[in-house]
Design a protein around this ligand. Structure first.
Ligand code: HEC
Length: 166
């Protein structure tokens, strides 16, 4: 009995050992994969700004307004460079609070109060710029106003990002 079963036991034991080792290996690999997934998830989404959840239409609405704000900024700057107060007034008025592309009351439920506050501040500033340009303000004054207004763009962009929910 012994001479036959000894090698068999050895083989069984060897087999069990191998299985055990490979099970350990698998467990270790799994652990490593998980760790890796966590780090890469972190590196995929480094954007820690507050997320505004919107549908595609709402996002389009906000971004259309944003592009107008950029266009107004460009126009005001060009007006300053050309010493053209009319151009400044026209460009700034396109981002005034009542301008067509300004986000309206329908977005109230989507946008948090601090967002609306900064948005309003930017529009009011452009409205004031338009008025000032028509009422004989100096280029320097308008330049200072534009610089201050751009602080609001910077502050809001550092705080929020938009995410589209399907
Ligand atoms: C009240 C907050 C707020 C203010 C103020 C603001 N922005 Fe934005 N802006 C945003 C958000 C939020 C986005 C979208 C960011 C994202 O894609 O996640 C954005 C996006 C943009 C874009 C990209 C548009 C596109 O089509 O992708 C431009 C350009 C832009 N803003 C310009 C401006 C300029 C210029 C000003 C100031 C004169 C300004 N914004 C002021 C919040 C703001």
């Amino acid at each position: 009995m012994i001479p036959i079963s000894a090698p068999l036991t050895k083989i069984t034991l060897l087999g069990a050992c191998l299985m055990l080792f490979s099970a350990c290996d698998e467990a270790r690999e799994h652990e490593e994969r998980e760790e890796h997934a966590q780090t890469s998830e972190h590196s995929i989404n480094p954007d820690q700004r507050k997320i505004l959840h919107m549908d595609v239409k709402q996002r389009h609405h906000v971004l259309t307004e944003m592009r107008q704000l950029l266009a107004s900024t460009q126009g005001v700057l060009e007006g300053i460079a050309e010493n053209d107060m009319e151009k400044i007034a026209e460009a700034a008025a396109l981002s005034a609070p009542k301008a067509p592309k300004t986000v309206d009351f329908r977005m109230k439920d989507v946008l948090p109060p601090d967002f609306r506050q900064m948005g309003k501040a930017a529009h009011v500033a452009f409205g004031d710029m338009a008025q000032k340009a028509q009422n004989g303000a100096s280029k320097e004054e308008i330049t200072m106003d534009l610089a201050n207004t751009l602080n609001t763009c910077v502050a809001c962009h550092s705080t929020f990002q938009v995410s589209v929910d399907d």
